[in-house]
Design a protein around this ligand. Sequence first.
Ligand code: ZN
Length: 174
Amino acid sequence: MISATQSNHPLAGHSSPEATEAAVTEARRRIRAGGLRITRPRLALIASLHRHEGPVSIERIHLDVGAEACDLVTVYRSLAAFEGIGLVRRSYLHNGTCLYELTLNAQQRYHIVCKTCGATERVDYVPIEGPERLLAARGYTQVSHVVEFFGVCPQCQTAAAARRVAPALPRERV
Ligand SMILES: [Zn+2]
């Protein structure tokens, strides 16, 4: 029998409604512990961040939660407040755009961002926790790190190659 919970939704693979619900519950606990107010727009932002999984732009989050649920200024302020309590992590694209992601996962995830189309993909293994442990052993507390990968994705390379080839075709001749 086919499971009724199967879905063709593009985001269904890595974040079921139950997983998002659990993330929102945990975020709610951290927001309260961080001394911030829990509001409906803030919980909607958390749910959006969780569904995207990887780093996502403010504009994309705003689009996701809907303009009527939350204005852009509220999105900015909420994400800044979340960053202040360590609930989200901020990274930058090479063009200066900010991206945000939740820090709820125990294991920090890394991503590669395409410099051409901005698509992000997860990088599964980066041996970076070693240096953090080393620094902790040297007596540092609250040690954190930022690792960013940038490249040009295979799709963008294919598209660029096609553009280079196209003008050379002799079909322009009469
Ligand atoms: Zn690309």
